[in-house]
Design a protein around this ligand. Structure first.
Ligand SMILES: Nc1nc2c(c(=O)[nH]1)N[C@H]1C(S)=C(S)[C@@H](COP(=O)(O)O)O[C@H]1N2
Ligand SMILES: [Mo]
Length: 341
């Protein structure tokens, strides 16, 4: 059944809510930012275009920050995948772990951090089924060893108009797909996430049709940038970020990157996804980040980078395919992106 509800609102542009903590930038964060600029040789260079500073940008090449030391370490090696390491400063860990969308735990940005603590993430297994020659279930421990862990630093652009830069740890979903051997009928991949009302207080609420389901075309799922992430900031994922494993599809709006996956199904037809079912005219199946296609209720031309909210901070221009056009653009050649939003 389709439930009509208010889709997510960017609480900042709508003025519905109190300011995000990082809008009142604490002293420590200013210091951290200044130190980072100094380290990377960018201090005082803020007015110069990044493109005019290739040398500096190389020296400023984003390094995963020191791990926060809150959870078990999860190390990856530097990824060789083209586009896998953006040269932008990673978002502060506190912001990335307290400003979340994970509606199973509530619809306020601060709800997941408050409510996801009790999620049991071990034992955990993921069923891989449908149009594959070798359907089977994978235990989390097996998945952790299935391919070498890589560090990737991706932009994350939420459809609501804000963005972050997250250092993930994981491996390309393609590694798993190759193991199960999709049949010729597999055209799409459906991702099903945990929906346990005992652990997730908002499953059962009418916010979405649970479980949260997402989907990709098979070629998108096979793209090397499509990451199965097990960690971030050098540690295992915090529950609120989708422990023990989630997708990170950097050229699409954040809601395509489903959290806490329990099932991956290969199918012939485009799967009905949670947000398309909730509001098809607002959230399309593709949901590629696109500054030229506005959401019906707001522009997508610019974005607020979380942690950059200073008195004089301008919004950033949103980049086509979130800046990954060179890597992914070809997959959409000939597709009308206004129709296939
Ligand atoms: N299962 C599930 N996955 C989800 C969501 C959700 O509500 N439930 N929210 C999505 C949205 S809208 C975004 S922007 C990202 C946010 O990921 P983050 O909280 O790790 O930044 O997760 C996505 N994955
Ligand atoms: Mo989002």
């Amino acid at each position: 059944m389709t439930i009509h509800r208010a889709p997510p609102v960017d609480r900042h542009t709508s003025g519905l809510n109190h300011p995000h903590p990082s809008e009142i930038t604490p002293q420590a964060e200013y210091a951290e930012r200044r130190a980072w600029l100094a380290r990377s040789g960018l201090a005082g260079a803020g007015l110069l275009a990044a493109s005019a500073l290739p040398g500096l940008m190389r020296s400023a090449q984003a390094q995963a920050p020191a791990r926060p030391g809150k959870l078990a370490a999860l190390a990856g090696s530097r990824s060789n995948v083209a586009g896998a390491l953006v040269m932008e400063k990673p978002t502060a860990y506190t912001d990335a772990t307290t400003y979340n969308n994970f509606y199973e735990f509530g619809t306020d940005k601060s709800d997941p951090a408050r409510n996801a603590g009790k999620l049991i993430t071990r034992p955990w297994s993921v069923a891989v089924e449908g149009e594959v020659k070798k359907p089977r279930s994978f235990d989390l421990d097996e998945l952790l060893k299935l391919a070498p862990m890589e560090d990737r630093i991706y932009r994350l652009r939420c459809v609501e108009g804000w963005s972050m830069v997250i250092p993930w740890v994981g491996w390309s979903l393609a590694e798993l797909i190759k193991k199960v051997e999709p049949t010729g009928n597999a055209k799409y991949v459906e991702f099903v996430t945990l929906a346990d009302p005992k652990q997730m207080p908002f499953v059962g609420s009418r916010v979405l049709d649970w479980p949260y389901v997402e989907g990709l075309r098979l070629d998108e799922a096979m793209h090397p940038l499509t990451l199965l992430a097990f960690g971030m900031y050098g540690e295992v994922l915090p529950n609120q970020n989708g422990a023990p494993l989630r997708l990170a599809v950097p050229w699409k709006y954040g809601f395509k990157s489903a959290k806490s996956l329990v099932k991956i199904r290969f199918v012939e037809k485009q799967p009905p996804t949670a947000w398309v079912k909730a509001a098809a005219q607002e959230y399309g199946f593709y949901s590629n980040v696109n500054p030229n296609v506005d959401h019906p209720r707001w522009s997508q031309a610019t974005e607020r980078r979380i942690g950059e909210d200073g008195l004089f901070t301008r919004k950033r221009p949103t980049l086509m395919f979130n800046g990954y056009e060179a890597q992914v653009g070809q997959m959409y050649a000939g597709l009308d992106l206004k129709k296939n939003y």
